[in-house]
Design a protein around this ligand. Sequence first.
Ligand SMILES: Nc1ncnc2c1ncn2[C@@H]1O[C@H](COP(=O)(O)OP(=O)(O)O)[C@@H](O)[C@H]1O
Ligand SMILES: [Mg+2]
Length: 353
Amino acid sequence: MIRRFKVNDFRCIESAELSFSPEFNLVYGSNASGKTSLLEALAYLGRGKSFRGASTHNLIRHGAGEFVLFGETGTDGTGRRLGVRNSREGLEVRVDGSSEGGVAALADALPLQVIDPEVHNLVAGGPELRRRFLDWVAFHVEHEHLHTWRRFRRALKQRNAALKGGSGDAAIRSWNAEFVELSTLLDASRRRSLEVATESLMGFGFGLLGTELGFEYHQGWNRDKSLEQALEEGLARDRQHGSTQHGPHRGDLKVTYDERQARKLVSRGQQKLLASAMILAATDTAQTALEGPLLLLLDDPAAELDGDSLGRLMDAVAGLGCQVVATSLEKGALDAPAGAAMFHVEHGVLTAV
Ligand SMILES: Nc1ncnc2c1ncn2[C@@H]1O[C@H](COP(=O)(O)OP(=O)(O)O)[C@@H](O)[C@H]1O
Ligand SMILES: [Mg+2]
């Protein structure tokens, strides 16, 4: 959770210095006032990248040369100090004065999740977002996951380079053993993490949608075959593509709703609720593993939702006990709890009210 936050030259925000409540914070203001920009800056401090997929060039305030973010976590003086500076020379990251851990150290010091108006893509979009979702849970539940994931990426890159470079069959096969070993570790780690999160996924799903959800991990190769076999049989096709077509990098988390594919849900609002349930469950699971509250960014939660659905979402969020920074057009729109910290934003200028 974050207590103090300083922003310089990020999007339309020239400078801001805020003290957040450890519980509920509301940022309100009219369209294009800078609400999403503030959440984007907060998320950048914990991820080293934009949740809107924006490049550095678009994030630096027009006319400025760099943006700088600074944050302090924790409530009792034991918190961490996070700093990010980004210019045309590149990204600089510091946690408690050290640049050693890079972006992973940011994520470690300020774990966070985001629910924004694009959240339905987690359900409606391609498998990449769901793999990332499952890996995020696994990073917090499984100590070795990040290490395994990095080693797997390296093995995949090497095998793909051999395929692209037109290496002989023997040279490509020589990468298989390591690739299979790391795939097996990654696969097992994802499966265990999903198992740990399942009760929470079902609980939040039922709470928000009133129905039974199903979550099934698909490993990224034919389930009736070993990965060795799939690689052997797929060698010609891998050569054609210049990349490995089987493995956990092709995995997916299949989500079903009343036994139907959730991707095919007709209503955008239902997709948003389902995706939000998944994010809340991931947050819940990580909080249990980390034994502390996470930061949840809720950008315009009212978008696409009717009053009942919004009420259920906000009740579920309140039950989670995490730190929340939410945005809305109007001060009274989200029934913020008593004691919430309120900030008004206008033309990129933030004022505590
Ligand atoms: N790099 C930038 N420099 C200055 N202004 C920007 C930059 N990027 C976006 N903006 C402007 O910031 C304003 C606020 O955007 P946003 O935070 O998305 O508003 P909202 O309050 O609706 O969420 C918009 O008018 C946008 O054009
Ligand atoms: Mg916005």
